[in-house]
Design a protein around this ligand. Structure first.
Ligand code: CU
Length: 119
Protein backbone atom coordinates (compact mmCIF):
# COMPACT_ATOMS: atom_id res chain seq x y z
CA UNK A 1 0.00 0.00 0.00
CA UNK A 2 1.34 3.43 -0.90
CA UNK A 3 1.53 6.09 1.79
CA UNK A 4 0.46 9.51 0.69
CA UNK A 5 2.44 12.54 1.83
CA UNK A 6 -0.17 15.26 2.29
CA UNK A 7 2.48 17.81 3.29
CA UNK A 8 3.85 17.90 -0.27
CA UNK A 9 0.38 18.44 -1.72
CA UNK A 10 -0.24 21.20 0.78
CA UNK A 11 2.99 22.97 -0.10
CA UNK A 12 2.24 22.82 -3.82
CA UNK A 13 -1.23 24.26 -3.27
CA UNK A 14 0.21 27.09 -1.19
CA UNK A 15 2.85 27.98 -3.78
CA UNK A 16 0.25 28.07 -6.54
CA UNK A 17 -2.10 30.43 -4.71
CA UNK A 18 -2.21 33.84 -6.36
CA UNK A 19 -3.02 37.05 -4.55
CA UNK A 20 -6.50 38.25 -5.46
CA UNK A 21 -8.15 41.65 -5.75
CA UNK A 22 -10.52 42.76 -3.00
CA UNK A 23 -14.11 41.83 -3.72
CA UNK A 24 -15.51 44.52 -1.42
CA UNK A 25 -14.15 47.38 0.66
CA UNK A 26 -10.54 48.50 0.61
CA UNK A 27 -8.39 47.44 -2.32
CA UNK A 28 -5.70 44.79 -1.94
CA UNK A 29 -2.49 46.74 -1.47
CA UNK A 30 0.82 45.82 -3.04
CA UNK A 31 3.96 47.59 -1.89
CA UNK A 32 6.75 48.51 -4.29
CA UNK A 33 10.08 49.63 -2.92
CA UNK A 34 13.11 50.88 -4.79
CA UNK A 35 16.36 52.00 -3.19
CA UNK A 36 18.07 53.35 -1.27
CA UNK A 37 20.52 50.69 -2.50
CA UNK A 38 20.34 48.85 -5.82
CA UNK A 39 17.24 46.85 -4.92
CA UNK A 40 13.67 46.79 -6.21
CA UNK A 41 10.84 44.74 -4.73
CA UNK A 42 7.09 44.28 -5.01
CA UNK A 43 5.42 42.65 -2.03
CA UNK A 44 1.89 41.50 -1.28
CA UNK A 45 -0.30 42.27 1.73
CA UNK A 46 1.53 39.71 3.87
CA UNK A 47 5.02 40.86 2.95
CA UNK A 48 5.92 38.10 0.49
CA UNK A 49 7.30 38.83 -2.96
CA UNK A 50 4.52 39.06 -5.55
CA UNK A 51 4.86 36.24 -8.08
CA UNK A 52 1.27 35.78 -9.25
CA UNK A 53 -1.92 37.80 -9.07
CA UNK A 54 -5.48 37.28 -10.11
CA UNK A 55 -6.79 39.74 -12.69
CA UNK A 56 -8.48 42.77 -11.19
CA UNK A 57 -7.86 46.06 -9.44
CA UNK A 58 -5.18 46.72 -6.86
CA UNK A 59 -3.62 49.62 -5.02
CA UNK A 60 0.12 49.88 -5.50
CA UNK A 61 2.00 51.97 -2.96
CA UNK A 62 5.49 52.76 -4.19
CA UNK A 63 8.24 53.86 -1.84
CA UNK A 64 10.87 55.40 -4.07
CA UNK A 65 13.77 55.89 -1.68
CA UNK A 66 16.39 57.24 -4.04
CA UNK A 67 16.88 60.11 -6.48
CA UNK A 68 18.88 57.85 -8.82
CA UNK A 69 16.26 55.12 -9.25
CA UNK A 70 12.70 54.93 -10.54
CA UNK A 71 9.98 52.32 -10.09
CA UNK A 72 8.46 51.43 -13.45
CA UNK A 73 5.59 48.94 -13.59
CA UNK A 74 4.32 47.82 -16.96
CA UNK A 75 2.39 45.06 -18.68
CA UNK A 76 -0.87 44.60 -20.59
CA UNK A 77 -2.77 47.91 -20.41
CA UNK A 78 -0.50 49.37 -17.73
CA UNK A 79 2.54 51.66 -17.77
CA UNK A 80 3.23 53.59 -14.57
CA UNK A 81 6.47 55.02 -13.31
CA UNK A 82 7.95 57.34 -10.75
CA UNK A 83 10.42 59.91 -12.08
CA UNK A 84 14.10 59.09 -11.52
CA UNK A 85 14.79 62.25 -9.44
CA UNK A 86 11.62 61.73 -7.40
CA UNK A 87 11.94 60.49 -3.83
CA UNK A 88 8.84 59.70 -1.82
CA UNK A 89 5.62 57.75 -1.86
CA UNK A 90 3.32 57.33 -4.85
CA UNK A 91 -0.02 55.53 -4.76
CA UNK A 92 -1.47 54.06 -7.94
CA UNK A 93 -4.81 52.38 -8.47
CA UNK A 94 -4.18 49.85 -11.20
CA UNK A 95 -6.04 47.13 -13.06
CA UNK A 96 -4.11 44.08 -14.21
CA UNK A 97 -5.15 41.61 -16.88
CA UNK A 98 -3.98 38.13 -17.79
CA UNK A 99 -0.33 38.21 -18.82
CA UNK A 100 3.11 39.05 -17.51
CA UNK A 101 3.99 42.31 -15.80
CA UNK A 102 7.43 43.62 -15.04
CA UNK A 103 8.81 46.20 -12.66
CA UNK A 104 12.20 47.73 -13.20
CA UNK A 105 14.40 50.65 -12.35
CA UNK A 106 14.99 52.01 -15.85
CA UNK A 107 18.57 53.30 -15.39
CA UNK A 108 19.63 49.96 -13.87
CA UNK A 109 17.15 47.52 -15.35
CA UNK A 110 19.72 44.79 -16.07
CA UNK A 111 20.21 44.32 -12.32
CA UNK A 112 17.06 45.89 -10.84
CA UNK A 113 14.05 44.05 -12.17
CA UNK A 114 11.24 41.69 -11.26
CA UNK A 115 8.09 40.25 -12.73
CA UNK A 116 4.83 38.51 -11.88
CA UNK A 117 2.13 36.73 -13.80
CA UNK A 118 -1.58 37.49 -13.79
CA UNK A 119 -4.13 34.74 -14.31
CU1 CU B 1 18.20 52.30 -10.37
Amino acid sequence: MTRRIPLLLGTAALAAAAIGPATAGAATTLTGTVGPGFTITLKGPHGAKVTSLKAGSYRVVVNDQSAIHDFHLSGPGLDKTTAVPFKGKSTWNVTVKKGTYTYVCDPHKSMMHGSFSVS
